[in-house]
Design a protein around this ligand. Structure first.
Ligand code: NAP
Length: 554
């Protein structure tokens, strides 16, 4: 790994030299972009990545069936027209291998690999106050001193496996979707259990259903799944994408959720029943998230409108799944569409028509324990060879709270966030100078790379501002942090998600129940960034160590 790139941040100062100006943690889509932007801005850079390859989510989640549910070309980078032109996505919703290849291509194309150290999981990051820099230690023995740390560690990067009694007793193979092994898992002729029916579980089920001897799906809560409607990108569409690049960027860079789909202009009961049904059919046939973003404008606010759409989906499920009892179990009864993050599927409901695939309803028959040979529920024991845990992630704060982050006066991030995260712009937290976490908690729901990219752009501009003004530290003022966090908490009411959604952390035992997204979305982010710039970074405390190490605020 090369850490020197001719940066000048420490030149002409008597402060101790850092190994790098900017240390990025995490080589996912956000971290790769941050590395590129920071280096382009003239900083010396390094990136530490826990995995043995780059890609973040698209490195770890290599389970069969893993794929985008945002359109490929809207998820990829937009900062380079040349990159966009030369990379041909093969499908509207690319599968994991293609995305992993794309991210490797980006790393090589922009000559970023020499700054990346793989297999270096960060175990501690401590702010050295007199030196005004971070000491970051990796599990592989790496130790780096960095002026700034940007933790691009993701919101869905720490897998959660429930503490089911006997879990350690199981003698077969077990895997979590979010830590899928690099060597493909051989399912042929095996009896397989999939536990969990969120976006990951419903992707893997149809992908392996033909290979297995038997597949038992353990479902605690059904989700409102609708078709992804993926397709290859035809040569004509490839040409259209290229011709429409600027217009597409305009939409993606300004839309609230970072999707291309245009909003509808009607409410559900503007249309008579037959037209509403025809419209729902159109939605059912439409790609990915358009069922949410281009549906009737009152879908998430009017319970009757939502109920109409849910009834339509339920009818579809009953029409696809041949066994009426199974179909009923697959239809959600406890939440409306959009109250949880909706999964998008290809052949999920159809999979239950195969004789070898069956559903266990855990509300009816809860898991009692894992045995050496299988899974015992209140309804009996099933022996299996493989257990797939599709049981989700410690969302939002999981990775940041496991990095041993220590700020001023040794303040532990875990202590600072004991009651849930407090942030400014979802980027910085008070007491942790020169630490940024774009793509962390308090980000918006939607097409993640777009919002995270906005945050990376702002972090980069901020780093340049700090350097060009000769400051050594930047730290958000507690009042600004409180203001942003209050805004996040106040705007919870704007969110359609229920407290049973993992966006509140409620899937993790003992985790404080706090809304972990920013319902204000990009408009709030853009507005606040504009204010930061207009007020010459007034929400931040900026200081020079050459001022005797005091915390002068300009
Ligand atoms: P998830 O949505 O949190 O789903 C976890 C599943 O595990 C739920 O069905 C949950 O049931 C179940 N579960 C948890 N603890 C359990 C227990 N003790 N016993 C039985 N079941 C248990 O996780 P995910 O499916 O990995 O998806 C997480 C997020 O990753 C998605 O929402 C999405 O943002 C992203 N993702 C995206 C894609 C894509 O298409 N691009 C694919 C996969 C994931 P309950 O609902 O009852 O808690």
């Amino acid at each position: 790994m090369t850490t020197s790139h001719g940066g000048a941040a420490d030149q002409g100062s008597h402060r101790p030299a850092a190994d790098v100006d900017v240390l990025v943690v995490g080589a996912g889509i956000t971290g790769i972009y941050q590395l590129h932007r920071a280096r382009e801005a003239g900083f010396t850079v390094a990136l530490l990545e826990a995995g043995a390859g780059v890609g973040g989510t698209w490195y770890w989640n290599r389970y069969p069936g893993a794929r985008f549910d945002s359109e490929s070309y809207t998820y990829g980078y937009l900062f380079s027209r040349e990159l966009f032109d030369e990379w041909e996505w093969r499908e509207h919703f690319a599968a994991q291998p293609e995305t992993e290849r794309y991210l490797n291509h980006v790393v090589d194309r922009f000559d970023l690999r020499r700054h990346i150290r793989l297999g270096a999981r960060v175990t501690s990051a401590a702010f050295d106050e007199p030196a005004a820099m971070w000491t970051v230690v990796g599990a592989d023995g790496t130790e780096l001193r960095a002026r700034h740390v940007v933790a691009a560690t993701g919101v869905l990067s720490v897998p959660y496996v429930p503490d089911v009694p006997g879990r350690g007793d199981f003698r077969g193979e077990s895997y979590h979707t979010g830590r899928w092994p690099a060597t493909p898992v051989d399912f042929a002729g095996k009896r397989v259990a999939v536990i969990g029916t969120g976006s990951s579980g419903v992707q893997i089920v149809p992908a392996i259903a033909d290979d297995v001897a038997s597949l038992t799906v353990y479902q605690r809560t059904p989700n409102w799944c609708t078709p992804l409607n993926n397709a290859p990108i035809s040569p004509a569409e490839q040409a259209q994408l290229r011709a429409g690049f600027d217009a597409m960027c305009e939409v993606l860079n300004t839309s609230v959720h970072g999707f291309l789909h245009p909003a509808h202009d009607r409410t559900a009961f503007d249309d008579p029943a037959d037209e509403r049904r025809a419209f729902f059919e159109k939605m059912w046939q439409s790609p990915g998230f358009s069922k949410l973003t281009s549906n009737y404008t009152d879908l998430l606010f009017d319970h009757d409108a939502n109920a109409e759409w849910c009834r339509f989906i339920a009818e579809k499920v009953r029409g696809i799944v041949e066994d009426p009892d199974t179909a009923e179990k697959l239809i959600p009864k406890d939440h409306r569409f959009g109250e949880k993050r909706p999964p998008f599927v290809a052949g999920y409901y159809e999979a239950f028509n195969r004789p070898r695939v069956s559903l266990v309803d855990l509300q009816e028959s809860p898991i009692v324990r894992i045995t050496e040979r299988g899974i015992e529920t209140a309804g009996g024991v099933r022996d299996v060879d493989v257990i797939v845990w599709a049981t989700g992630f410690d969302f939002g704060t999981g990775a940041l709270l496991r990095m041993g982050i220590r700020g001023r006066d040794g303040l532990a991030l875990e202590a600072h966030w004991a009651d849930g995260p407090t942030t400014f712009l979802g980027i910085q937290t008070a007491g942790f100078p020169n630490l940024f976490f774009p793509g962390g908690p308090h980000a918006a729901a939607g097409n993640n790379p777009r919002y995270n990219g906005d945050q990376v752009d702002f972090v980069t501009d901020t780093l340049v501002y700090v350097r060009d003004h000769g400051y050594d530290t930047i730290e958000v003022d507690p009042a600004a942090e409180a203001r942003w966090t209050d805004m996040v908490n106040r705007n919870v009411a704007l969110s359609s998600f229920t407290e049973r959604s993992y966006y509140y952390g409620t899937n993790i035992p003992g985790k404080p129940r706090r809304y972990l997204l920013n319902s204000g979305g990009r408009p709030k982010l853009f507005k606040e960034i504009a204010r930061v710039v207009e007020t010459d970074y007034s929400p931040f405390r900026l200081a020079r160590s050459s001022d005797g190490g005091d915390r002068r605020h300009r």
